[in-house]
Write a protein that binds this ligand. Structure first.
Ligand SMILES: [Mn+2]
Length: 497
């Protein structure tokens, strides 16, 4: 832990996160060459550091990147990839990479609710643009990237959407896909079941708009905490309180200028608006491409026919703000979605069978959502079969999980070669594969469509599968790895790490 000990207090917002990265070899690059936010910026970062599910060639564990010279924009930069490696997230959260799931699990238990600070102290309101100014135009004010040539439009991919239940006033924060539709309108895609959608539907039923703030460019701890989903964070659980626990002090919020809602006070940029009742737009109404934007499984989502609309009232920002974006496919999504997934699985299984699940990795190949590798320790004959029970619990802990690979305590779950080795030597397809067909999962995986399988009745249903690559307990003596002598390599190579 010591290598991280001094860093905990350093990161307070996105700027201090970037400053920290500049001190770490190989974790940060920047350019002053002019870049077009239309397709070019994302095209560059695909090579530099996307990794994960991104089109090849790409680079795993490439650096975060800041673009200082945006074509058509002045006095604004764009940052991408801060959470794009597990190592960087470790530095941001002051925790070894393999322990991040445990840290997040504990932070849910020790949640610290956000607090409100005075507007005079909130840097996100240093500059205010009101939408009723005739010169106001989101398209010239904010360099939201169009990620590929076929995207429906410019997308806000890292907008921390914050809204509250119209009756209970409980709040929720989630990152949603937002497309710039006009000078003062955004379309918003909420996958079914999301909490802000529940608030939106309540407001709509009453014929009321729902105030919503969108904070962009914040402490990475908030970006990750916002990705928790039920049942770990049920409706009414404000995920900002997990970020509070991660930092040991509450997230500071400020009252918005034009709506009855709060925003993250240290954000680089805040969009204030209202989700309008009974208004829908076609996501690609301006481009007619039929496509939305690249999504976490590595495919471009289809443009939706009818999406709710946010009428923007104001944009506020820090002086010389830094826009924050991400590529849907990539290691950044893996960490933001995946580490909360790991936390949720660890918590659920630990409560059911303490001490058996040693660790879990929400694997890069599934964007942090579709695939989990679970490291399970069988200690006695009665533990046989409990590993599969643990896998069933994992599906309950995170509903968008599709496949589970179970491995033993001697397999490195973060090393895909080692996981696939377990599959080659400790797995027999006919007896070690468990199918659970016809279960709700995630519509952005293109194989989850009725055309693919008779057991898929609707898009977003799937056959969940357990690949049990653990050794049957009674056969364990046949599966000992070759044992090499433990030596001190530094005696032979002094700079060996
Ligand atoms: Mn929630």
């Amino acid at each position: 832990m010591t290598q991280y000990a001094d860093e905990k207090s350093l990161v307070r917002d996105m700027r201090t996160a970037l400053e920290l990265l500049k001190t770490l070899p190989g974790e940060y690059v920047e350019t002053r060459v002019e870049v077009d936010p239309h397709a070019e910026l994302s095209g560059v970062y695909r090579y530099v550091g996307a990794g994960g599910t991104c089109q090849r060639p790409t680079r795993k564990n490439g650096p975060a990147m800041v673009f200082h010279n945006l074509k058509g924009f002045k006095d604004i930069s764009v940052a991408i990839g801060l959470n794009g490696s597990r190592k960087r997230v470790s530095h941001f959260l002051n925790c070894p990479p393999e322990k991040l799931g445990f840290l997040l699990k504990d932070s849910v238990k020790n949640a610290i609710p956000p607090v409100e600070i005075a507007a005079s102290e909130a840097v996100c309101q240093q500059v205010v643009h009101l939408a009723d100014d005739p010169n106001f135009d989101l398209r010239t004010l904010l360099p939201a990237p169009t990620n590929t040539e076929e995207d429906a439009g410019p997308y806000i991919t890292m907008g921390l959407c914050y809204a509250s239940d119209p009756q209970t006033r409980e709040s929720d924060i989630t990152i949603h896909r937002l497309c710039v539709q006009s000078r003062d309108e955004l379309s918003m895609w909420l996958t079914p079941g999301r909490h802000i959608d529940a608030f939106r539907m309540k407001a709509e039923a009453a014929g009321q708009p729902l105030p919503i703030s969108i904070s962009i460019g914040v402490d990475p701890a908030i970006e990750i905490a916002a990705c928790f989903e039920p049942p770990t964070t049920p409706l009414g659980f404000n995920e900002l309180s997990i970020a509070g626990a991660l930092r040991g002090h509450p997230v500071e919020m400020v009252k918005c200028k034009t709506i009855d809602e709060k925003a993250i006070a240290h954000a680089e940029i805040v969009i204030e608006g209202e989700l309008l009742p009974n208004v829908r737009v076609r996501e690609d109404q301006n481009t007619h491409t039929g496509r939305a934007m690249p999504e976490f499984p590595g495919y471009t989502g289809e443009a939706k026919e009818a999406l709710p609309v946010i009428k923007v009232k104001a944009v506020t920002h820090r002086r010389n703000p830094v826009w924050r974006t991400t590529l849907g496919p990539g290691e950044e999504h893996v960490n933001m979605a995946g580490i909360p997934t790991e936390a949720s699985i660890l918590d659920m299984v630990e409560r059911a069978m303490p001490g058996k699940l040693l660790n879990v990795f929400a694997h890069s190949a599934g964007g942090g959502k579709l695939l989990a590798v679970m490291q399970f320790k069988k200690s006695s004959p009665v533990d046989e079969g409990r590993q599969r029970q643990a896998a069933l619990l994992a599906f309950s802990a995170f509903s968008e999980l599709k496949n589970v690979i179970l491995v033993d305590e001697d397999v490195d779950i973060f090393d895909s070669d080692d996981v696939l080795w377990a599959m080659q030597t400790r797995y027999q397809g006919d007896v070690d594969t468990v199918f659970i067909p016809g279960v709700r999962c995630h519509p952005l995986d293109p194989s989850q469509m009725p055309e693919y399988s008779p057991s898929i009745l609707q898009q977003g249903m799937s056959c969940k599968t357990i690949f049990d690559c653990t050794v049957p307990f009674h056969l364990k003596s046949h599966f000992e790895r070759s044992k090499f002598k433990a030596v001190d390599v530094k005696r032979f190579l002094t700079d060996f790490e």
